[in-house]
Design a protein around this ligand. Structure first.
Ligand SMILES: Nc1ncnc2[nH]cnc12
Ligand SMILES: [Zn+2]
Length: 349
């Protein structure tokens, strides 16, 4: 491992905030803050089943993944026009830039919108324009990943892919999200095979609530290049060895795991153990508007709860660049920025 200048624990929070990082697991619909949901509802004349922003926020008491998804899909119902998708993504990218996110790979769930009669081009063009403008105005790089909803059929996923292909140059890959248990990766074997032929990057949620078998399926059947969540891998030693051997990144989301009761307490989160075992672990926010924080809040609360140190912070930032779908030149550029930030904080008394 690279030797990193040690940073005093007293400066760890500022280091976590200042270090450049990539965010590889966030759902753009999960960045819709209650205030923006209400503003868009008013702008578009959509009636919400909540009386106020506070009333909506009070509903954010989740017991598991499904209890969250029900509210998350209801929140997304205010998105109708290209400008809505643009405004949502600009708000996220502005907030991510404040956390020194230099690159974001962003999931979007087209079926949530096309099922309501919103056009595929409305969704993709609004998001894509926001990514481009944020790069120009804030210097943050980003890319879009189209995510299939696994509670729907593979046929629906094929129709979604077909509808998106005219805009193929505007997204870099596909993912698989929504209700995990009962919807194993094998259900989407053929549509992922088609996406692979098309040269799209492939990722999949697996082992969030679902068993290690779903992670094996994501790797062996879907050929997923990263595992989104993957925290259940620790239950299967052979799987852990496979993930280490192949350098498969896990995009872990600590506050999401806490809010969806995947872990009882952040102090018990297994991220430090996964990192120690040699897995390429990254830290991400998943659905920041719903889970109590953007990416830096995930780093800060995790480090405070587990006592992780600056060496581990370095590894997580490096992993975020290694696991991203960018060029080696781009990675090298961010590594130089990372080295400069560590040198600055290591020099503080
Ligand atoms: N954490 C999560 N798991 C599965 N699907 C999701 N969609 C948005 N967030 C998700
Ligand atoms: Zn997710």
């Amino acid at each position: 491992m690279h030797t990193v200048p040690a940073v005093d624990a007293a400066h760890l929070p500022q280091l976590l905030q200042a270090m450049p990082k990539a965010e590889l697991h966030m759902h753009i619909e999960g960045s819709l803050e209650p205030e923006l949901i209400f503003a868009l509802a008013q702008r578009n004349g959509v009636k919400l089943p909540y009386a106020s922003v506070e009333d909506l926020r009070r509903a954010y008491a989740f017991t598991d993944l499904q209890s969250f998804l029900d509210i998350y899909y209801a929140g997304a119902s205010v998105l109708l026009y290209e400008q809505d998708f643009y405004d949502m993504a600009r708000a996220y990218l502005a907030r991510a830039a404040q956390d020194n996110v230099v690159h974001a790979e962003i999931f979007f769930d087209p079926q949530t919108h096309t099922q309501r009669g919103v056009g595929m081009e409305t969704v993709i063009n609004g998001l894509y324009r926001a990514c481009r403008d944020a790069e120009i105005e804030q210097g943050i790089s980003s890319a879009l990943i189209l995510s299939f909803l696994r509670h729907l059929s593979e046929e629906d996923a094929f129709a979604t892919l077909e509808a998106a292909l005219p805009l193929r140059d505007r997204f870099i890959g596909v993912g698989l999200d929504s209700s995990e248990v009962g919807n194993p990766p094998e259900k989407f074997a053929r549509v992922f095979a088609r996406c692979r032929e098309l040269g799209l990057h492939l990722v999949a949620h697996a082992g969030e609530e679902g068993p290690p078998a779903y992670i094996w399926g994501a790797l062996d059947v879907l050929h997923s290049e990263r595992i989104d969540h993957g925290v259940q891998a620790a239950r299967d030693e052979a799987l852990m060895q496979r993930l280490v051997r192949d350098g498969v990144p896990l995009t872990v989301c600590p506050l999401s795991n806490l809010k969806l009761c995947v872990v009882a307490d952040l102090a018990q989160h297994n991220l430090p153990q996964l990192l120690e075992a040699g897995l390429k672990v990254t830290v991400n926010s998943d659905d920041p508007a719903y889970f109590g924080g953007y990416v830096n809040e995930n780093y800060l609360q995790l480090f405070a709860a587990t006592g992780m140190n600056s060496q581990q912070a370095w590894q997580l930032a490096v992993n975020s660049f290694d696991a991203s779908f960018v060029t080696p030149q781009q990675r090298a550029h961010w590594m130089r920025q990372l080295e400069a930030v560590f040198a600055k904080y290591a020099a503080l008394a």
